[in-house]
Design a protein around this ligand. Structure first.
Ligand code: ADP
Ligand code: MG
Length: 250
């Protein structure tokens, strides 16, 4: 279990995260949802250990990670821009991060991830020869082979459209389920958050607006911001939100 307690962060005297507390169970998929600039990436980077918080505590299975450096936390991230090495082929990108990492996947596990993500036909290709969806799968594989204890994804679907987006979304869900991998996904898209997550943390101007299951958020938005943000961003009628969960609108 991951527990965040009273996390605050300021940049240049401006409050970017204000007293954030929530808990995530092992194997859960949680989305951090909010408008651009609300502090989502900052919160993800604080969990990763890349960004230092000003105040607060991070606990993971009872141990206090607050002052544990990024490498020793054992979490890993897929950055929003993938950050792949353009001069290496797909395979060398995938295995790059597991060098010097004792915890990383065995050769059999690496093959398993490559097959699971259907990357076998693309292993020898340079990054520039891959489509957006293929790049995202390489970035996912590269992170997974480090055997992270928590998988962090920053806007993993925002550069993709249509069928490709749906297919990557399903893969992320099946990875989290099959490998019982706790997964935290940053998104600004309510539809993504509502359909991929077990729980959603809605964040507005660095504060938690609501934390709950998708159904709870749709049926019982706890304030006007949550209601407006979800309805406005979805560009659909309120009753159609219920179709996302296969529910009837009463
Ligand atoms: P989001 O991911 O929700 O779009 P961010 O966490 O990237 O939001 O940013 C939240 C706020 O913090 C923004 O106002 C952004 O400009 C500011 N910010 C983020 N990183 C830095 C930084 N390294 N230095 C100064 N300000 C930053
Ligand atoms: Mg961001």
């Amino acid at each position: 279990m991951l527990k965040l307690q009273n996390i605050s962060k300021h940049f240049d005297g401006k409050t970017v995260l204000d007293n954030i507390s929530f808990e995530i169970g092992t194997g859960e998929i949680v989305s951090l949802l909010g408008p651009s600039g609300s502090g989502k990436t900052t919160l993800l980077n604080i969990i990763l250990g890349l960004t230092q918080m000003d105040q607060g505590k991070i606990l993971f299975h009872q141990s206090d990670l607050t002052h544990v450096p990024m490498r020793k936390r054992g979490f890993n991230i897929v950055f929003q821009d993938y950050a792949l090495f353009p001069n290496l082929n797909a395979y060398d990108n995938i295995v790059y991060g597991q060098r010097n990492n004792k915890e990383s996947a065995s050769p059999q596990q690496i093959q398993e991830y490559i097959e699971f993500l259907e990357l076998k036909p693309h292993l020898q290709k340079k990054i520039g020869e891959l489509s957006g969806g293929q790049k995202q799968r390489v970035a996912l594989a590269r992170t997974l082979v480090t055997n992270p204890k928590i998988l962090l994804l920053d806007e993993p679907l925002s550069a993709l459209d249509g069928v490709i987006k749906e297919s990557i979304k399903q893969r992320i869900q099946s990875i989290a389920r099959e490998f019982k991998l706790t997964t935290i996904i940053v998104t600004h898209d309510p539809e993504e958050a509502l359909t991929i997550s077990d729980k959603i943390l809605i964040i507005n101007q660095g504060k938690i607006s609501q934390f709950g299951a998708p159904q709870e958020i749709v049926h019982q938005p706890s304030n006007d911001f949550v209601d407006q943000f979800i309805i406005k961003q979805l560009h659909i009628k309120r009753q159609n939100i219920y179709n996302l969960f296969g529910e009837q609108y009463a």
